[in-house]
Write a protein that binds this ligand. Structure first.
Ligand SMILES: C[S@@+](CC[C@H](N)C(=O)[O-])C[C@H]1O[C@@H](n2cnc3c(N)ncnc32)[C@H](O)[C@@H]1O
Length: 207
């Protein structure tokens, strides 16, 4: 078991019971995403957590491949999918770096509350780009903590050292935008509900 899956396995049950921090913003993100979806689409969601977003979008697309590094998160997502009688979501325990798919497999990729948790987000973004079909979209929502109070970084580092918190990378909204455009994406939609809120981006692969 990797270090990061251990933390998420430990927190999974509590995470499932915790209400979404900003329900209105979450609903807006779902609606914006829905506008990009079509019934014939193949979707990948990485870091799917307890599966709420996959369940919400399943009726709008052909199929969602949902992966997460944590077996416990995947188990909870599996229960949620079954409880909602959803048959077009496939769940798999996998990190984004281990996951394999042919180039140009997916019409849309979701990576929600995950890019800031990755050791190598540039590699993940490059991989998403390769897996997307031309014209496909990468929908992400990311805590951009670069430039925030240094004390936060110290607390997060200490928490990680003590095994109480996962890895959290610090970068700015501009750095994230640059990562996406450097990989070849065009930023189609960018929304930050508040100064300290996650940055929601729909990035398009030219097609
Ligand atoms: C903050 S939660 C977000 C879950 C869900 N996307 C959401 O928005 O509620 C981060 C999730 O990413 C998963 N995760 C962390 N590192 C990962 C990696 N390298 N590959 C895939 N999943 C990962 C964790 O297990 C956890 O379920």
């Amino acid at each position: 078991m990797s270090e990061s899956s251990r933390f998420w396995d430990w927190i999974a049950k509590r995470y499932a019971k915790t209400p979404v921090a900003d329900e209105a913003a979450y609903q807006t993100k779902l609606q914006v995403t829905r506008d990009y979806l079509r019934p014939d689409m193949e979707v990948l969601e990485f870091g799917c957590g307890t599966g709420s977003t996959a369940v919400a979008h399943a009726p709008n697309v052909k199929h969602i491949q949902a992966i997460d590094i944590s077996a416990k998160m995947v188990a909870i997502a599996q229960e949620k999918v079954a409880a909602n009688n959803i048959t077009n979501v496939t769940l798999e325990q996998s990190s984004i770096s281990e996951f394999t798919a042919h180039d140009q497999t997916f019409d849309a990729v979701f990576g929600l509350s995950i890019l800031h948790l990755l050791n190598d987000r540039e590699a993940a973004i490059a991989k998403v780009y390769k897996m997307l079909k031309p014209g496909g979209v990468f929908v992400s929502s990311t805590a951009c903590l670069g430039g925030t109070m240094p004390i936060l970084s110290i607390i997060l580092r200490m928490g990680r050292f003590l095994g109480l918190l996962p890895l959290v990378r610090f970068f700015t909204k501009k750095e994230l935008e640059d990562n996406l455009t450097d990989a070849g994406f065009h930023i189609d939609h960018l929304w930050q509900p508040g100064e300290d809120k996650a940055v929601f981006i729909v990035a398009k692969k030219p097609g």
